[in-house]
Design a protein around this ligand. Structure first.
Ligand SMILES: Cc1cc2nc3c(=O)[nH]c(=O)nc-3n(C[C@H](O)[C@H](O)[C@H](O)COP(=O)(O)OP(=O)(O)OC[C@H]3O[C@@H](n4cnc5c(N)ncnc54)[C@H](O)[C@@H]3O)c2cc1C
Length: 442
């Protein structure tokens, strides 16, 4: 009998630069690609009672799974799609289909690790095992000039030790074919209704171009770099609040793994060779470094990134209470720019980096709310939620993370004058709030 392996897709919904898929193919075995919608995520709640995942990200992942299946079918394979607990479903498939291995790109944060550990232990009972690969970061941890436990706590120190010294490796190539034999029903891809989520309307400038999947992600990368050459001015535009073109908008595709950061880097370098480099092109790489940095902080500090005292292990402040943030959650603080930022996030799933900083600072410093409630709210609504980037940035802004400044406090009125000088952003969302459309959606 031919050897078989499951390739378990998780937050790596792509076929380019996918080490799990590539390693399994190189092993010359039959491949069974699988994606499981984890019911604990798609139907679960956070500790503050938000849906763990709202409609925008759910829809994005559904579209990403559809695109992955399409791309695998083009290569002679398919994608089995199931709903439930991955550790149980993959285990049953491994047993029934008599596979030898399960290949997957390793996750490093608590809930994801629990699932992969549980699966690994089950597989051991039937003489099978997980083969882990990596796929989230720009850099390989084994290439870094320090062990993970010695990763510098300051981003600047980290950046200086890495950039210009460590080369970014090339993405692994896209497989031409994927060896596969149909043995079980591939399964249907669920819709929002199945998860009891409300339907979404992509009718705002911030979200009408977000479509999940590797194909759309590669198209956005090409649009941003080559078609419109927007990256040339990224440094000047990146702090804007309103619109589609001021930043790359690649984060949802990076978070779901539809795009590999090494691929983004490779295309950025090609752009620089053809069009010249400047501070803006460098800055896009700089931001990808932040992403790696927070992932490394997640590895180094483990579950502390989720805890009240954060990576600094501070005593929780008695003045910071969840109830102080209730108006914030309902976009009812009375501070126009903050309410606009919250509304935008709730109604589109997207929020710019500047808006995220303003919301976080206001909750923590002005309202004395609980930063973890804010982080869970973001986890629920963001279309690009990523555990390390989200909780790392919240730690940073709550003064319990990697910021050398104790308080990163933004004055909302000054910020509004600076980043929304003509008031377009605030007025768009203020008008929107008054319409019946918002009343029904909220
Ligand atoms: C409180 C808070 C929570 C956040 N939560 C998340 C999250 O859950 N998921 C997420 O992807 N980003 C998060 N960010 C980072 C950042 O706001 C988004 O990555 C960015 O706004 C996405 O838009 P873009 O793709 O147009 O970014 P661009 O400005 O075009 O940047 C390019 C890429 O660099 C990465 N990047 C940029 N800034 C950061 C940063 N500060 N930290 C980590 N990576 C960065 C992203 O992958 C982004 O796609 C958070 C920031 C804050 C302040």
């Amino acid at each position: 009998m031919e050897n078989r392996a499951i390739v378990w897709f998780r937050n790596d919904l792509r076929i380019h630069d996918n080490e799990a898929l590539t390693e399994a193919i190189n092993k010359k075995v039959q491949i069974i690609p699988v994606y499981v919608f984890d019911e604990r995520v798609f139907k679960g709640k956070t500790s503050y009672g938000f849906d763990k995942i709202q409609s925008f990200r759910t829809q994005f992942i559904i579209e990403s799974v559809e695109d992955l299946r399409k791309n695998l079918r083009i290569r002679g394979a398919d994608l089995l799609v199931r709903m439930g607990k991955p550790e149980e479903i993959i285990f049953e498939l491994a047993k029934t289909l008599k596979t030898q291995w399960v290949y997957c790109n390793r996750e490093r944060t608590y809930e994801e690790v629990m699932v992969q550990d549980a699966l690994e232990h089950k597989l051991w009972t039937i003489g099978q095992e997980i083969r882990y690969t990596r796929g989230k970061m720009l850099y390989y941890t084994s290439d870094l000039p320090f062990p993970i436990t010695q990763t510098p706590e300051s981003f600047t120190a980290f950046r200086k030790e890495v950039e210009k010294i460590i080369p970014v490796r090339k993405p692994v190539p896209v497989p031409e074919t994927v060896p596969y034999m149909e043995m079980v029903d591939p399964g249907i891809i669920p819709d929002l209704d199945y998860f009891g989520k409300k339907n979404i309307v992509k009718n705002h400038i911030e979200n009408n171009n977000f479509c999940g999947g590797e194909s759309a992600g590669l198209a956005q990368l090409n649009y941003y770099l080559n078609e419109k050459q927007l990256v040339k001015n990224y440094f000047e535009t990146r702090n804007d609040l309103f619109g589609w073109e001021f930043s790359s908008k690649l984060s949802p595709w990076l978070a779901a793994g539809c795009l590999s950061p090494k691929k983004v880097f490779e295309e950025l370098k090609k752009f620089e060779i053809n069009n010249g480099e400047n501070k803006s092109t460098y800055w896009l790489y700089f931001e990808l470094l932040w992403r790696d940095f927070f992932r490394l902080m997640g590895k180094k500090h483990g579950n502390n990134i989720f805890k009240s005292g954060g990576i600094k292990n501070r005593k929780p402040s008695p003045f910071h209470k969840p109830e102080n943030g209730l108006d914030w959650v309902h976009a009812n603080t009375g501070e126009e720019i903050i309410d606009a930022c919250i509304l935008q996030l709730k109604e589109t799933g997207y929020s710019s980096n500047r808006a995220r900083q303003l919301m976080a600072s206001y909750l923590v410093n002005d309202l004395k709310g609980d930063w973890r409630m804010g982080a869970e709210f973001f986890e629920s609504y963001l279309i690009d939620y990523d555990p390390c980037s989200n909780y790392g940035n919240w730690n940073y802004l709550a003064g319990i993370g990697n910021d050398s400044r104790e308080e990163r406090c933004f004055n909302p009125k000054i910020q509004a004058q600076k980043y929304d000088p003509d008031g377009k952003f605030v007025s768009y969302w203020t008008v929107y709030k008054k319409t019946s459309v918002f009343a029904t959606l909220n």
